[in-house]
Write a protein that binds this ligand. Sequence first.
Ligand code: ZN
Length: 206
Amino acid sequence: MSINIQTVLCGMIQENCYIVSVPGRADCVVIDPGDEYPKLRQALAGRRVAAILLTHGHFDHIMAAGELAAEHGAPVYVGAQDVEMLNDAQINGYAHLMGVPGMDGPALTGEPYGEALSAAGLDFRVLPTPGHSKGSVCLYLQDEGVLFSGDTLFCAGFGRLDLHGGSVQDMERSLRALFTLPGETRVYPGHGEATTIGAERTRYRL
Ligand SMILES: [Zn+2]
C-alpha cells in the first residue's frame, strides 16, 4: 500500500498539518490542524475526515481542530496527559505567546489514545514520547515506514523542553526509543522539513 501525505502550513508559527489518506478512498485523517481552517478546508477538497489526531496539546497544533471536528463529526484524539491542555490557554502556550488570557471559540473535546488507532484505512501505532509535553505522542505507520513526530523530533533538532510538562530526562528516553526504529523511516515533524530516523540518530550520542 502506498499513502498520500499532504502538508498544509498553518498559522504564524508555520506548523505542519498533515492530511493522510489511502489512494482511492474518499476519507482521510488530519494530523495537527493548527490554524487557518479555511485553507485546510480547501486542501481537503471535499474528502471526509474520519479522525483528527493530535501529537500534543500546544495551541499551534490544535486551533482548527474544533471547527474541523464539528464539520465532519470526527473524533479528536490526544495523549491522555495533554487532554487538560486543549482548553487551557495558560498551559497550551496561547496566552503566553499572544498576550491574552484565553482562546476564542467553543471548547475542544479530546479522547485519549490507546496503543493503536485505525481510521480511514490507516493503522497507526501510538508511541508515547513525553519530553516536549507530558502527553506528546508520535504516530507510526509501521508498514509504510512513516512517523509523524510532532514537536518531539525535528530535522536537526527536537522540541523545546522549557514549556509546561517539559522534561529533559523524558525527552532523552523518548529519542532513544525513536532511534530504535528502522533508519529508513520517514519522519514528518510538526515544524520544518521531513527527515529520516537514520539521518537524525547520527546527530546524537544517546
Ligand atoms: Zn509544541
